[in-house]
Design a protein around this ligand. Structure first.
Ligand SMILES: CC1=C(CCC(=O)O)c2cc3nc(cc4[nH]c(cc5[nH]c(cc1n2)c(C)c5CCC(=O)O)c(CCC(=O)O)c4C)C(CCC(=O)O)=C3C
Ligand SMILES: [Fe+2]
Length: 375
């Protein structure tokens, strides 16, 4: 049994996230940061800018990360885990490079990274590893001693991620009018990505037909649907659906889209749908606009009752799961035997992304993986 307070060899945890605008003047520069070199059509950018302006130019994601930081610090303190927690983003302040510079100045040498994406994919995993490599290179160019960074394994199947989501679906079902509740279907929703990116997500041996990205989401959907059936005694049919598609129309992305799915379910006579955003860690703009605004409006047009269930956010069980993942990885790094915690059929994934995991369209240096140029 590893010491429940020993995070060595790590001396800090870094929350690594997407970042979002905090006012109207931030929206365009933020979108420029997000889309640099990503080939997104101009019209799509204008449209997405409007989503942010609809909410005063403020993405909720930064406040949600501040709440998660508070929850993590509280959980660590309550459990005697003396590990400082930092925060840096890919696309908005606090920028990752600035945070890593601060960590170096504070003398941090071994940093464990928690990304706010629970699944494998280029956007959710390797791109963050590329951001880490870029920032480490920037620190070195400044003559600073960059810390060593490792990344926590994907936590999609950790009970501390699945249990709050299950509670959310059960609560949304209970919130539906009684006469449609038992017949409700569950739509598990995640970010659409190009099918080519899905097919190559995860380790090379799992590539093909949706790759790890789709397999992991199906595992979560099935596990949550099973847990919901145990809790409610009702077997609600479910499907994995997608949202927030961008990119050029001739490039295939994962389907069906949530709005098309609602139409199809309504036409099939389904009386109600609970939308569960399993692809996201908090209720950020993808949830607020694409689900709570757009999908809800479509459902209202159809006269289809829908409820959107909560993401894990700063749930104390998620904070405890992060502590568990940190201690598990620390013990493994010290050479101790560990039994990683995971529900579902896939089991706990790799600690270190192997060579060829979630490849980029154009290869670039990525830290915190077997192909990292950094020790
Ligand atoms: C898999 C995935 C996640 C989940 C995992 C994770 O959380 O990392 C995610 C999260 C997020 N995506 C976000 C925002 C955006 N994503 C975009 C574009 C894209 N996302 C993609 C994928 C993902 N994205 C992809 C394949 C693109 C196409 C361009 C490219 O290949 O890179 C664009 C450009 C405009 C558009 O086309 O939508 C924006 C503004 C925000 C912030 C929200 C807020 O502000 O609250 C968050 C958390
Ligand atoms: Fe995105």
């Amino acid at each position: 049994m590893p010491d429940v307070r020993d995070a060595s060899p790590y001396d800090a945890l870094l929350l690594l996230s997407f970042g979002g605008p905090e006012g109207p003047d931030d929206v365009i520069p933020f979108l420029e940061n997000v889309t640099r070199g990503r080939g997104i059509p101009k019209e799509r950018l204008k449209e997405v800018g409007e989503h942010y302006f609809l909410f005063g130019g403020v993405s909720p994601i930064n406040d949600q990360n501040r709440a998660l930081l508070d929850a993590l610090r509280k959980d660590f303190a309550e459990h005697g885990l003396d590990l400082p927690v930092y925060w840096g983003n890919r696309n908005w302040a606090p920028y990752l490079t600035d945070t890593l510079r601060e960590m170096a100045a504070d003398g941090r040498r071994r940093v464990l990274v928690l990304a706010t994406s629970a699944y494998a994919s280029y956007s959710g995993c390797r791109q963050y590893r590329e951001n880490l490599a870029d920032s480490l290179a920037a620190l070195r160019a400044e003559g600073l001693e960059a810390p060593r960074v490792d990344k926590l394994r994907h936590y999609f199947n950790h009970p501390g991620f699945l249990e709050p989501m299950t509670d959310g679906v059960v609560a949304s079902l209970a919130d539906l009018p009684e006469e449609v509740r038992a017949g409700a279907h569950l739509a598990f929703s995640t970010h659409s990505i190009p099918t080519a990116a899905a097919d190559t997500s995860g380790p090379a041996e799992g590539h093909g037909d949706g790759g790890a990205y789709v397999a992991e989401h199906l595992d979560v959907a099935r596990t949550v649907a099973d847990a919901v059936r145990e809790r409610t005694g009702v077997d609600h049919p479910w499907q994995l659906v997608y949202q927030s598609r961008s990119g050029a129309p001739h490039i295939p992305w994962l389907e069906p889209d949530i709005c098309d799915h609602l139409e199809e379910r309504h036409a099939a006579g389904v009386p109600a749908v609970v939308i569960a955003p399993i692809g996201f860690v908090s209720d950020h703009m993808e949830v607020l606009y694409d689900l709570d605004t757009e999908a809800r409006a479509r459902a209202a047009e159809l006269g289809l009752p829908v409820r959107r269930s909560a993401t894990v956010g700063d749930d104390p069980r998620f904070a405890a799961a992060v502590r568990d993942l940190v201690l598990e990885r620390a013990a493994a790094e010290r050479g101790q035997e560990v039994t990683p915690c995971a529900l579902g059929a896939l089991g706990a994934g790799h600690d270190v992304c192997p060579v060829g995991c979630c490849p980029a369209r154009a290869p670039r240096p990525a830290a915190a993986g077997a192909d990292s140029p950094y020790a």
